[in-house]
Design a protein around this ligand. Structure first.
Ligand code: CTP
Ligand code: CA
Length: 225
């Protein structure tokens, strides 16, 4: 049960959150995507709003409803998300990139439905832009950048590399091999690692509670400035 008198400790802060998967068309009826439900990002949006922040949620296709009071922009592809996020980057004090972004897209989108024949079939994929890496390049000292990492192996090593490569303040690393972690679930099991190497592991908990912890960490960094 949540307290009715929420603290408004993020009042005046502008928080941009991305959530959900992205979707890359192959032809008019088919696409490439991933298992992201969007639950983590929507939970962060809900808590940030309750704590007084102005919230912009840039979301790939999900079955979720954004809380009333959250500004929402719907996108499909990684390129669309890239455009939308860059447009609002200046505005934001904090960016939390929980979206599971498609790293590749089909080199061409077929205009008509692709018909099968007796041969095997392959699709050439080309790289999508790395949205968070681009934000990291443009980041100035006073902005806070939070990434997520979905890993099935070498969690610490990979997550630490992502902090460096993308110039993040901290990363929320999901161990996808654990039951109760990751995409579809209402719970998550994560390790939060910050740019100074400070590492904290959290046991399985509801995504809404993890959202609170992530925002507490953001809040502590805002105070440090
Ligand atoms: N991300 C992004 N744009 C991409 C790919 C990822 O902004 N094209 C962001 C995600 O939203 C997430 C973070 O980068 O916050 C890490 O995503 P992840 O898929 O774990 O890492 P990648 O850098 O894509 O590396 P890989 O998939 O090879 O592990
Ligand atoms: Ca990726």
């Amino acid at each position: 049960v949540r307290l009715l008198q929420d603290k408004k400790d993020l009042k005046g802060k502008k928080i941009l959150i991305t959530a959900g998967p992205t979707r890359e068309a192959i032809d008019p009826v088919r696409y490439i995507t991933n298992h992201s439900s969007g639950k983590m990002g929507y939970a962060i949006a809900e808590r940030a709003l309750d704590r007084g922040a102005e919230v912009l949620l840039i979301s790939g296709p999900t079955n979720l409803k954004a809380p009333v009071g959250v500004n929402k922009i719907d996108v499909n592809t990684t390129n669309e998300m890239y455009e939308a996020v860059l447009k609002s980057f200046e505005w934001a004090d904090v960016v939390i990139k929980s979206a599971a972004v498609a790293d590749y897209r089909p080199a061409m989108v077929a205009e008509n439905k692709i018909k099968k024949d007796d041969n095997d079939f392959s699709i050439k994929l080309v790289r999508n832009p790395d949205i968070l890496k681009e934000l990291g390049k443009r980041k100035k000292d006073n902005k806070i950048l939070v990434g997520f990492a979905a890993e099935t192996q070498n969690l610490f090593h990979n997550a630490k590399n992502k902090i460096q490569n993308k110039n993040l303040d901290f990363i929320v690393a999901n161990d996808l091999t654990k039951e109760g972690a990751g995409f579809k679930s209402d719970t998550n099991i994560v390790t939060i690692i910050d740019k100074n190497g400070q590492t904290k592991h959290y046991e399985k908990m509801p995504k809404i509670d993890l959202a609170e912890i992530i925002l507490d960490k953001v809040k502590s960094l805002l105070i440090e400035e």
